[in-house]
Design a protein around this ligand. Structure first.
Ligand code: BMP
Length: 217
């Protein structure tokens, strides 16, 4: 299993108006390899949005699950049963919670957060990013989230996890990172939100990001 890797671009669809979200999704579904949804859209439009978007492309549920193993299992099973191809979990919860996520995914993928992309990430997640990446490999996760705002940290995570694990990298566009820099540093996919769904013309914005990524492949 696993999502396609044609454009290496993932749309972060944090648009909270369901009608607009679906409009953007329809416009860019042919360009991006997957759509990532997070709490803003699910809380405003309901979890049925997972299933609706899954009709268009692979859906990554970015629920950043951080809980005891039983609760992790319940959340991952629910998201996967609604059509999610992947679920994002936090790694700081430790080995039992990570293993619970991997077991519950049954065919879908689990991505674990290492260092986050915002400035505050330097306070805690950055210090433990390599340890969390190592733990994720031990627990059998399929991939990792690492920051496009700090490509050197993508390189550090890649060197720990090896070539076969996926790295998805948010922080492109609105947060200042560049998609091609993230890919050159070892990410498999760049995640882009506001710079696509907030653009006047989301389809051509997505095409421009794809072009930037292709320039380094
Ligand atoms: P934007 O391109 O609009 O900044 O959106 C980035 C998306 O990636 C958001 O959904 C955010 O929650 C997510 N994200 C992030 O920005 N940094 C991380 O370290 C982890 C994330 O999941």
């Amino acid at each position: 299993m696993g999502m396609k890797s044609d454009s290496r671009l993932v749309l972060a669809l944090d648009e909270t108006d369901g009608r607009k979200a679906l409009e953007v999704a329809e416009k860019v579904a042919g360009t991006v390899d997957a759509i990532k949804i997070n709490w803003p859209l699910v809380l405003s439009e309901g979890p049925g949005m997972i299933t609706r978007l899954a009709d268009l492309t692979d859906v990554i549920c970015d629920f950043k699950v951080a809980d005891i193993p039983n609760t992790v299992r319940l959340i991952v099973e629910n998201a996967v049963s609604r059509g999610a191809s992947a679920v994002i979990v936090h790694a700081f919860t430790g080995d039992d919670s990570l293993r619970a996520a991997v077991e519950a995914a049954s065919g879908a993928e689990i991505y674990a957060v290492t260092e986050m992309s915002h400035p505050g990430a330097k306070m805690f997640t950055a210090m433990h990013a390599e340890e969390m990446a190592r733990l994720g490999v031990e627990c059998g996760v399929d991939g990792f989230i690492a920051p496009a705002t700090r490509p050197d940290r993508i390189r550090a995570v890649r060197s720990v996890v090896g070539p076969s694990k996926k790295i998805l990298s948010p922080g492109v566009g609105a947060q200042g990172g560049k998609a091609s820099d993230a890919i050159s540093a070892g990410a498999d996919y760049a995640i882009v939100g506001r710079a696509i769904y907030g653009a006047e013309d989301p389809a051509s914005a997505a095409e421009a990001f794809r072009g930037d990524i292709m320039s380094v492949l």
